[in-house]
Design a protein. Structure first.
Length: 339
């Protein structure tokens, strides 16, 4: 074998790497994706979606682009989920309960007072229970990309502060069209009115409903402070956000493109979780400046709410996935035991 100078060897290696990179680049084709969701563009969901679009554009060298449709411009959650399955919308961000009609295990995320903090949340979402649940969506025309953050939900209304469970009795509260949410608040004594998020502001403005429950960032960016006076920090549900992608679109992508979408979603997920959790703090301050009367709910009263809803929780667990609940509780227990 003839001796090959080191310089030539380096040149050959460098050329091979460049050729490999060129082939890799050629595997990325031109695509235009649509991502749609109900929150405002300046909400953490919107900021995360814009970050996802930036990453996709950068990593694809401008070949893949994402158009962002915020504030329900392409329809409410249920409509957009259907559009994702049909391939007319490529991606959306939805609360898990809205997927429970497709795969019932997602309903368990909506159980009241399940999580105490975001460390417990992330342990479940990023662990085997959460990741395995995502894979169950594919037979239904959906690719589960991961979990973004929505936050702990709190009650607002135009009548009075909610300081104890009795204060919920008779309040007309808009709830998501999700069985776990509806049954939980009925058990707490509220008069439940299921409505799409896109109808909510008008319903509160016209006093069709007295109030609603949502994370702090959603309350601020949707300007609910204009039609609601009282904000009670109940933290009754924690909402992750499921990032889902159309399988019809997915099947048209090659492996390189799929990996790019997955990595971009995970990178955007980390960004959105950070922004969302920071905004929960700043939104509370902003809502107070906008004149909302904000009250903490005493731990003893939270425990009373938890006890009142316990029979409903047991019924829902039996219905939606006792085995999955065992897995989720095991992940939560690991976090609590380590603290």
């Amino acid at each position: 074998m003839k001796f090959i100078p080191k310089a030539l060897t380096a040149l050959l290696c460098s050329t091979a790497m460049l050729l490999s990179a060129a082939v890799h680049a050629e595997e990325i084709n031109r695509h235009n994706f649509k991502i749609a969701f109900v929150q405002a563009k300046d909400h953490p969901h919107g900021l995360g979606a814009q970050k996802f679009a930036e990453i996709i554009k950068e990593k694809s060298g401008g070949k893949m682009k994402v158009m962002v449709f915020a504030s329900g411009t392409l329809g409410g959650d249920a409509q957009v989920i259907s559009s994702v399955q049909g391939g007319t919308v490529d991606m959306t961000l939805v609360t898990p309960g809205l997927l429970s009609g497709i795969e019932k295990g997602f309903a368990l995320y909506g159980l009241p007072f399940l999580f105490q903090d975001t460390e417990e949340v992330d342990a479940v979402l990023d662990g085997p229970a959460g990741q395995n649940l995502l894979t169950t969506l594919e037979p239904h025309g959906i690719i589960g990309l991961g979990y973004w953050d929505h936050g702990f939900r709190h009650v607002t209304n135009s009548k009075h502060p909610v300081e104890k469970v009795e204060d919920l009795k008779g309040l007309k509260l808009r709830l998501q069209q999700i069985p776990t949410a509806i049954e939980s608040f009925r058990a707490l004594g509220a008069s439940v009115v299921p409505l799409s998020f896109t109808e909510l502001y008008t319903a509160m403005e016209t006093r069709t409903v007295d109030g609603q429950e949502n994370p702090l960032a959603a309350i601020e960016t949707s300007k609910f402070y204009e039609v609601q006076k009282y904000l009670s920090l109940t933290g009754h549900f924690y909402d992750p956000l499921v990032a889902i992608f159309s399988k019809r679109t997915w099947d048209k992508l090659n492996e390189t493109e799929r990996e790019l979408v997955r990595s971009a979603s995970l990178e955007a997920q980390a960004y959105e979780r950070k922004v969302s959790r920071e905004m929960a703090v700043s939104s509370r301050e902003a809502l107070a400046k906008h004149g909302m009367q904000i009250n903490e709910v005493a731990p003893a009263e939270i425990e009373r709410m938890r006890e009142q809803v316990r029979p409903t929780v047991e019924k829902l667990v039996a219905e939606y996935g006792p085995e999955l609940m065992v897995e989720m509780n095991a992940e939560i227990a690991k976090v609590r035991n380590a603290q």
